[in-house]
Design a binder for this molecule. Structure first.
Ligand SMILES: Nc1ncnc2c1ncn2[C@@H]1O[C@H](COP(=O)(O)OP(=O)(O)OP(=O)(O)O)[C@@H](O)[C@H]1O
Length: 394
């Protein structure tokens, strides 16, 4: 409550304060951020600068065509805060919005200060248009998957997937008897569940009113597996189809040898159709991830050498997967200060080094860079997220 009051007040005055401990100077950070010239080497270009002045949130908010935004990066850099603040901003600009966390270690509930667990869409209070949040819970699903599957074979898988709203996929899996293959949850199940949810949003009637879908993705490795999953499944399905064909022709050869009717042929064709359907669905998801008209992956980083290096690798992998990337958020940049304490001065120097690496990296420097300041309070709850969104997404 106190925090909400603080943020209401803050967003009215658009002013936050940073206390520099050693020399007890209170420096105010305004939005738009003050850009007082500072002495080298601690000069910050601006706490919120952009490589391209036309970054504009206007471009992201324009149009009622459904758009998908995925935010990803190294652990702890502020992906959830950025994703949640973007979702709040979309909702406050009239877009019915869904924000989904595909990170097995969710922090969306913490970020909204609201219980969003349970694997279903939960309405978020305090925004102008409908905003729903969802934490996909692969960890729980993995455990249930294992125990139910052990108890009741394929039907356990089906019940579980039905329970998670993945009915269509589970029917297909059941008919294909793929449940048998999934007796032990394979690596990639988390990502498969997330992908299935994406498919649900894309193809289910009840979600058509939502015009913005924001994904708070898991740290880099998991996200890359998620993005490459359609390819992986596509090639697996391709292999299965080949196998089915070989088995079908072998069995029909045997049957004709013994003069029996080719009863297996129909089943084999049906299975092939189902595999083909699943394959098409995967191709649609793949296409969606690569469609620059509807989808954008936003890399979030912080100004440390380690985080920047990881962002560079993430960017290269996304390019390889042909996923559109246009923006780089450099979060937690020390705001301008006319006099730094020793600690802040050291920190600023470190940050400048990391920012230089970004500027000298041909791939990262080609992105629209948004520097988001380090706030002096934790960003939790809708009013705080609104405040952050108004600073970051402009
Ligand atoms: N610009 C900022 N200023 C101050 N605090 C911030 C800022 N951005 C994020 N934080 C804080 O940093 C912490 C981590 O942020 P967040 O959960 O958004 O990161 P994450 O990248 O999603 O983490 P994880 O990888 O663990 O999911 C939170 O306490 C959040 O409030």
């Amino acid at each position: 409550m106190a925090m909400a009051a603080l943020f209401n007040r803050a967003s009215k005055t658009q002013t936050f304060n940073l206390l520099c401990r050693s020399n007890r100077i209170l420096t105010s950070i305004s939005s738009p951020i003050q850009t007082k010239p500072l002495k080298a080497p601690f000069q910050v270009r601006s706490a919120v600068t952009r490589a391209d002045d036309v970054v504009a949130f206007d471009e992201m908010v324009a149009g009622i065509q459904r758009k998908y935004y995925m935010l990803g990066g190294k652990g702890g850099v502020g992906k959830t805060s950025c994703a949640a603040s973007l979702a709040v901003k979309f909702a406050n600009h009239g877009h019915p919005t869904i924000v989904v966390s595909t990170d097995p270690a969710h922090s969306l509930s913490d970020s909204f200060a609201q219980d969003l667990t349970g694997g279903a869409l939960v309405p978020v209070e305090g925004v102008d248009s409908p905003l729903f949040a969802l934490e996909i819970s692969p960890e729980k699903a993995r455990e249930e998957f294992r125990s139910k599957n052990q108890k009741s074979g394929d039907s356990g898988v089906k019940n579980l997937m039905d329970g998670m709203g993945l009915g269509t996929l589970s029917n297909q899996l059941e008919e294909l008897k793929l449940g048998e293959l999934l007796d032990t949850p394979p690596p990639g199940l988390d990502e498969a569940i997330a992908i299935s949810k994406v498919m649900e949003f894309v193809e289910t009637q009840e979600y058509t009113t939502f015009t913005r879908i924001v994904f708070d993705t898991a740290p880099t490795g998991h996200t890359l597996r998620l993005l490459s999953l359609p390819d992986f499944l596509d090639s697996s399905i391709g292999k299965m189809m080949k196998l089915k064909r070989k088995l079908a022709s072998a069995s029909s050869a045997l049957k004709s040898l013994f003069g029996k009717k080719e009863a297996g042929q129909d089943i084999s064709e049906k299975l092939e159709d189902k595999l083909g359907e699943l394959r098409e669905k995967m191709a649609r998801v793949r296409h969606l991830f690569q469609d620059s008209d509807t989808t954008e992956f936003i890399i979030v980083t912080i100004p440390t050498v380690m985080a920047v290096n990881e962002s560079s690798r993430l960017h290269a992998s996304l390019r390889k997967e042909s996923v559109p990337v246009r923006r780089l958020i450099v979060n937690q940049v020390l705001p301008p200060s006319t006099s730094d304490c020793k600690f802040c001065a050291m920190k600023r120097k470190d940050q400048m080094r990391a920012l230089d690496i970004i500027q000298n990296d041909p791939a990262l420097s080609s992105l629209r860079s948004i520097q988001a300041p380090l706030f002096d309070v934790e960003i939790r709850g809708v009013p705080a997220l609104k405040f952050m969104g108004d600073v970051v997404w402009r």
